[in-house]
Design a binder for this molecule. Structure first.
Ligand code: GLA
Ligand code: ZN
Length: 675
């Protein structure tokens, strides 16, 4: 028997490289070819058994592990480590047949049928029980197997079912509310039920926010989002407990979906040993996509205090679930893989190892295409990357360091997107441009939860931080007072955690810090723009929103030009304590925002890591005695790059890199610099 991994001493055996492995879709002779090709491609680990429940437990309580024993041993003898899945992501038909009440219910009260995947209500006791029994069996059987590197818990929680409206969820919601509020009066106060005659007398009167005649109570909606996040999180925690109770010690993670806003990944990160993300950008977006991918990576990294995360899934080229699924042109997959590492990933993994020949994802690319590995572009690119990643072992465990934080929370996204607002808001498309303006000039950014520690940041940006508690405001006040630079945008500091407006002029909790008071706002039409002119005469077009603000103690940096708000302040700066706080009442054009952040960062001695053309991304990781500068060309054309005096060796080609060089289309340099 091998030793059980000691978590404190746990180390990855290098950059993890591999993919989801679904051997149950193939005969055993194919497994032999699989391990041979894995070795040829430099694969050092696979995620195994993610959708194997029906094969492992074909009937309730009857387990068939013989095939899995053989797969695990085969991988082990070929030196391939395993992220062993708990196999709970898709309950088998016998389960749904025995427990029809386990199927989730939609907002209209319609129960889903089985026949796809993730068809379980997160609060269903039979599902929890069956999942826990399965996980226990798997962990008991394989917990001490030397091939098992980590546990892959479930799969993409909430990717399809992020809400359920069944009677069980209703009962659990009532219990959750009782726990949260203790008395019905407290709930009434929090939900503002004095409005529209919604006052509750008994807990039993409370419903889920089903389809209603018009707007549902916003407090109820916000609590329902919290409740669903907590319900699904308790599934994750339940599986972790089952694995640990069975004595297995390896680290655990669950793979989160990029862009999925229904789970609070900051809270989830507390329970996972590693955070993990799946990333499927649309290749047709070309070089327009990389900065939003950067946001997702910055967020998943920040969620666990900057510990390296895992890139668990991406496509080698095409997916099958968009209306039109384009290929990744040659080189793009490699560049995007390095992008993940540049932002702090210690793995590059794919869905899936071998493309399926049947089922709903047979047109989804894999590491081995259906045409076979030989002569295939995909397998050639996969093998090249596998060989290169072996040279990056020293990068594993190194950290991304930043001085700029962008304040972000999922609660804020949920609160922003509840209906009945001045305008319907798509939170991510409103927040992303503020990150992009920094990322696109290669200023590294953390995506900071407002509850977390602000120490170490010199600049904090709060885009549409609609929900603000007294403690958030106090932390921001202290940050500025002690010398920090804060940038707050429109529609920030509006409500408390109950979604009640802070009265006294927006954003009421930060009047002293910002030196302004917003009285009204004008949400703009989709194509509407408003001109802004700044002190230097520079002009830009404001989009999305116009705040009508009263400057109190501020310097007005820019004003609106035209409209009934002509000449009113658009951008202001207030000195507060030893710091300064900017307020931006609209969304300036991208070029202006770029320059605006550039000026602020330069003042704070924060500079772009290098000079390069648009579409060249740069990031830095530091660890041990070295720093690693990642330079990635996300465009299909050559780009020139000028280093800021950084002299070092490229980890891939092992040559010294000149101060100025031309980076080929989708080219990558990883330059090791002494600290
Ligand atoms: C998700 C899932 C995988 C697979 C891929 C396809 O990320 O986790 O099982 O369905 O999507 O892109
Ligand atoms: Zn339910």
């Amino acid at each position: 028997m091998a030793e059980i991994t000691n978590q404190a001493a746990f180390q990855l055996p290098g950059v993890l490289y591999g993919g989801d492995y679904n051997p149950e879709q193939w005969t055993e002779d194919v497994w032999q070819e699989d391990v041979r090709l894995m070795q040829a491609a430099g694969v050092n680990c696979v995620s195994l058994g993610i959708f194997s429940w029906a094969k492992i437990e074909p009937q309730q309580g009857q387990y068939n592990f013989a095939w899995l024993d053989r797969v695990i041993d085969l991988l082990h003898t070929h030196g391939i480590r395993i992220l062993l899945a708990t196999a709970t992501a898709s309950p088998p038909p016998w389960f749904s047949h025995l427990h029809p009440e386990s199927l989730p219910v939609d907002k209209h009260g319609l129960r889903y049928k089985p026949g796809s995947r993730q068809h379980y209500c997160p609060n269903n006791a039979a599902y929890r029980h069956a999942a826990s029994a399965l996980v226990t069996k798997i962990a008991l059987r394989y917990g001490a197997h030397p091939a098992i590197l980590m546990w892959h818990v479930n799969n993409e929680y909430a990717c399809h079912i992020y809400e359920c409206y069944c009677d069980t969820c209703r009962d659990h919601f009532r219990a959750w509310l009782q726990e949260r509020y203790a008395t019905i009066d407290a709930l009434n106060e929090s939900w503002g039920t004095a409005f529209w005659s919604q006052q509750y007398d008994q807990w039993e009167e409370i419903q889920l926010p089903h389809r209603t005649t018009t707007f549902v109570n916003p407090g109820q909606m916000l609590d329902y989002r919290r409740f669903m996040n907590a319900s699904i999180l308790s599934l994750f925690r339940g599986e972790i407990e089952a694995i640990r109770a069975a004595g297995a010690q390896q680290p655990m993670f669950t793979n989160m979906v990029f862009g999925l806003k229904w789970l609070d990944q900051y809270e989830w990160a507390c329970y996972a040993d590693y955070t993990a993300i799946d990333m499927y950008p649309d290749p047709s977006l070309g070089d327009q996509a990389w900065s939003s991918i950067a946001f997702a990576y910055d967020a998943i990294r920040s969620a666990k205090g900057n510990k390296p995360f895992l890139l668990l899934e991406q496509a080698t080229t095409q997916v099958n679930w968009r209306a039109i699924n384009q290929l990744k042109p040659p080189g793009m997959m490699r560049a995007l893989s390095y992008q993940a590492i540049a932002h702090g990933a210690d793995s590059v993994m794919f869905f899936q190892w071998r493309q399926s020949k049947a089922g709903a994802e047979k047109f989804h690319s894999g590491m081995i295409p259906l045409g076979g590995a030989a002569d295939s572009r995909i397998f050639a690119e996969v093998s090249q990357l596998g060989a290169e990643l072996k040279r990056l072992t020293d990068v594993v465990g190194s950290r991304v360091q930043t001085q700029v934080g962008l304040l972000f929370s999922y609660e804020n996204v949920w609160a922003l997107e509840i209906d009945s607002k001045p305008a319907q808001i798509d939170a991510m498309s409103a927040i992303l441009p503020w990150h992009a303006a920094l990322a696109q000039q290669n200023i590294p950014v953390d995506i900071v939860h407002p509850n977390s520690d602000f120490a170490g940041y010199r600049v904090l940006v709060a885009p549409l931080l609609y929900q603000m508690t007294e403690s958030h405001a106090e932390k921001l006040r202290q940050f500025v007072r002690e010398g920090g630079t804060l940038i707050v945008t429109y529609f920030s500091g509006i409500t408390d955690a109950r979604d009640h407006i802070w009265t006294g002029g927006y954003p009421a909790l930060l009047h002293d810090v910002l030196g302004i008071k917003v009285e009204e706002w004008q949400p703009l039409l989709p194509d509407e723009v408003v001109e802004i002119i700044d002190q230097t005469g520079q002009r830009t077009q404001g989009q999305h929103w116009v705040d009508l603000l009263h400057p109190v103690t501020v310097e007005v940096l820019a004003h609106y030009n035209g409209g009934f708000f002509d000449q009113r302040a658009a951008i202001t700066r207030n000195r507060f304590g030893s710091g300064q706080a900017y307020y931006v009442g609209t969304r300036p054009g991208a070029a202006y925002l770029h320059d605006f952040f550039c000026r602020i960062c330069t003042e704070q001695s924060i500079h772009s890591l290098i000079d390069a053309g648009v579409g060249v991304e740069v990031s830095m990781r530091s660890g041990g005695a070295n720093q690693y500068l990642f330079v990635i060309n996300h465009t299909g054309t050559s780009q020139s790059v000028t280093l800021h005096g950084q002299k070092g060796i490229d980890l891939i080609c092992e040559a010294t890199i000149a101060d100025q060089f031309s980076l080929e289309p989708y080219g990558v340099r990883i330059i090791r610099l002494p600290l």
